[in-house]
Design a protein around this ligand. Structure first.
Ligand code: FAD
Length: 336
């Protein structure tokens, strides 16, 4: 049995955790946030809650399709049965498709919590600032921002956005250089509840013009509170242009665009929360699947190593874990 550290409890790290723990390894997961899930985040303000990052999960590959079916069987995800709408120059109109969309239950972070179960320990609210490998021991130790150290670990898996991985890769400058090639796009996100329920048939809207690109009625997802709660995401292009704009201005523009897209009269929300995702999705994923330095028992994963989605993150985590398994002492990769 090896001791392994995972930095980052996003979908990729949690995907890797399943394989590593299933092989009997002792895995400790670190995250700088209070909970797990990363960009699969849920935000709670008072009684209201919203899926603040990833909105739904869909599968293209056979492997992830099978994984989603298993999670559905466990009750960790459910299908979000909705008809997408489009808001464009022609107005607001339904645009039915046959895509199967799933959501974590009873919120997106419900899925990440279930996936965290095989961890030997989850060390939250802990930002790892450096990772070093003893030249003689060949083992990793980690330091966090309050000076505490953790280790030793036989293997290290880094699952952070590329910009946050670079400072952790001083032992592997060739991997840090690959991280530098990835451009992550921002996304301003506005969450709100309204005092008066809107009479609007659309639960999810792809918006093709103006600052907003996506609107979802969070309360239309299975397992969510039935009080109308809305998620409004700005386009990446607009978010980048407005990256340092005053928050009040961003909030006002997104609010106006939201009512305009849904063709509804404006009303003052009773709860609002504005979040700026600096690293929302990769503009250019590396498509390698995962980065590795086999000699140092070091792997790096995330959507930006594969493709910009939860599926891409999951596949990247699987690849990283398989690579790490081949490097660990007394561990032969078995067919999984
Ligand atoms: C607004 C938005 C909407 C999206 N919509 C969808 C969607 O509908 N469907 C879809 O499939 N995908 C969507 N995505 C993309 C999807 O969320 C990501 O592809 C996926 O969650 C990435 O997972 P990951 O494991 O690669 O990284 P992350 O989820 O970013 O996980 C990285 C983790 O590392 C932690 N971390 C970072 N640095 C440190 C450190 N130094 N020490 C400790 N911990 C650290 C972070 O806190 C985080 O938890 C969306 C993303 C955003 C932001």
């Amino acid at each position: 049995m090896a001791r392994i550290a995972i930095i980052g409890a996003g979908m990729a790290g949690l995907s890797a955790l399943q394989l590593l723990a299933a092989q009997g390894h002792e895995v400790t997961v670190f995250d700088k946030s209070r909970g797990s899930g990363g960009r699969m985040a849920t935000k709670k303000v008072g009684d209201a809650s919203w899926d603040m990052g990833a909105q739904f999960i869909r599968a293209h590959s056979a492997a992830f399709t099978a994984q989603l079916q298993q999670w559905q069987h466990y009750g960790w995800v459910e299908e979000w049965n909705m008809t997408p709408w489009i808001a464009d120059a022609k107005g607001l109109h339904p645009s039915p498709d046959t895509v199967l969309r799933y959501v974590g239950m009873p919120r997106m972070t419900g899925l990440s919590r279930s996936l965290l179960e095989p961890a030997a320990a989850f060390i939250a609210s802990t930002r790892i600032v450096s990772a070093s490998r003893g030249a003689s021991t060949g083992q990793w130790s980690l330091s966090c921002d309050d000076g505490k150290t953790f280790g030793p670990f036989d293997g290290l898996l880094i699952n952070t956005p590329p910009q946050q991985a670079i400072p952790l890769l001083s032992a592997a400058p060739q991997l840090a250089a690959q991280c530098e090639q990835v451009d992550m796009l921002p996304c301003w996100t506005l969450l709100l509840t309204l005092p008066e329920a809107m009479n609007c048939a659309a639960d999810a809207v792809f918006v093709k013009q103006g600052p907003v690109s996506w609107i979802a009625r969070n309360s239309s997802k299975p397992g969510r509170d039935k009080k109308q709660a809305w998620v409004i995401q700005a386009s990446h292009e607009w978010s980048r242009q407005q990256i340092d704009a005053p928050r009040e201005l961003v909030q006002q523009e997104l609010l106006s665009a939201f009512f305009a897209a849904l063709q509804q009269p404006q009303q003052q929300p009773d709860t609002q929360w504005l979040h700026r995702w600096l690293y929302a999705i990769p503009a250019n994923s590396l498509t390698l699947g995962a980065l590795s330095d086999i000699g140092q028992q070091l792997v790096v994963c995330g959507d930006w190593c594969h493709s910009p989605s939860l599926e891409g993150a999951w596949l990247s985590g699987q690849q990283a874990a398989r690579t790490l398994l081949t490097t660990l002492p007394n561990t032969a990769e078995e067919p999984l």
